[in-house]
Design a protein around this ligand. Structure first.
Ligand SMILES: NC(=O)c1ccc[n+]([C@@H]2O[C@H](COP(=O)([O-])OP(=O)(O)OC[C@H]3O[C@@H](n4cnc5c(N)ncnc54)[C@H](OP(=O)(O)O)[C@@H]3O)[C@@H](O)[C@H]2O)c1
Length: 276
């Protein structure tokens, strides 16, 4: 099979490309300079002789999107629509990556795939519009919502915590937002599994099992790295105001049996230390 990954140079796209290469698949991973998803012609040209396209291209700067919603929309919604339309034209199966930010974050029980969207941030609105655009143009596309990603090929929370551990004696981390830290490698594996299993078009959730807060996540990073987790102190979201509102509750249900976030984190840290 021949795969195209738009946004293929990003944190998730790079891990997906590496997994596909390791499995002997043909893969073309394109960044914005060679395939800007805002251009339908560019997307059409990149999709020649492709069996599966995974759209991992996105404006992911959540806070900056508040002041640049139109630019974020052109990538997250119009860009997603372009990939979906070109995939239909060329008979290419499509996977689109979306986010927990399409929900309101006010629930107290996990969000199922069919829960109504109600985004509270500009980023969430643009990603929700992208989901609608993909569904309308290409009902056969898989839309996989994920959350709290970390991976080797991008800046992420795990790297930030380990860097700060070397700079400060104690850290304060928000303890009133609940979610599921998810390794990009596990998400890449899920994409392949869903397609191999013949998953139907529509919404799927792709986050690790279990749940925690950012503070709990940070404490586990410290523990697994052999550091004292008591150096991580809890605080509330109101103590760290940000331009974009953060969902208080981002736990997704209906996941396709992804492993527990703690086990995955241990795997990620083992890979990191073996590369040092
Ligand atoms: N990170 C998270 O915690 C998280 C959580 C939930 C969902 N997601 C979703 O997961 C997907 C992957 O996220 P990620 O963390 O891997 O993001 P990322 O590292 O920021 O990668 C996104 C990529 O999109 C590309 N891109 C930006 N504008 C583009 C354009 N106009 N045309 C083509 N490509 C463009 C960028 O490519 P260049 O570098 O070449 O410009 C970048 O490498 C996104 O859909 C994101 O919304 C992420």
């Amino acid at each position: 099979m021949r795969w195209l990954i738009t946004g293929g140079r990003g944190m998730f796209g790079t891990d997906l490309a590496l997994l596909l290469q390791a499995r002997g698949e043909g893969v073309v991973a394109v960044g914005s300079s060679s395939c800007d998803v805002r251009s339908l012609d560019a997307v059409r040209a990149a999709m020649r002789d492709i069996d599966v396209v995974v759209n991992a291209a996105a404006w992911t700067a959540v806070d900056d999107a508040e002041a640049h919603e139109a630019e974020a929309f052109s990538i997250n919604a119009t860009g997603a629509r372009n990939v979906a339309a070109a995939a239909v034209e060329s008979g290419t199966r499509m996977v689109h990556i979306s986010t927990d930010y399409v929900f309101d974050g006010a629930a107290t029980t996990p969000y199922g795939p069919e829960h109504p969207q109600d985004p509270r941030s500009a980023y969430g609105r643009t990603k929700a519009a992208g989901e609608w655009a993909v569904r309308a143009a290409n009902p056969d596309a898989l839309i996989i919502r994920t959350a709290w990603l970390y991976g080797e090929h991008g800046p992420n929370f795990v790297k930030t915590m380990l860097r700060l551990a070397g700079e400060r004696e104690t850290l304060t981390v928000v303890d009133d937002q609940m979610g599921q830290p998810t390794w990009t490698r596990d998400l890449a594996d899920l994409v392949l599994r869903l397609l191999a299993d013949g998953a139907r078009g529509g919404y799927h959730h792709g986050t690790a099992s279990g749940q925690t807060t950012w503070c709990g996540f940070a404490q586990e990073i410290f523990r697994l790295a052999g550091l004292d987790p008591d150096r991580v102190l809890p605080c509330s979201t109101s103590e760290f105001p940000r331009p974009a509102p953060r969902p208080a509750y981002s736990v997704l249900a209906g996941n396709s049996a992804m492993r527990d976030w703690r086990t995955a984190l241990g795997g990620y840290l083992a890979v990191q230390s073996s590369q040092r």
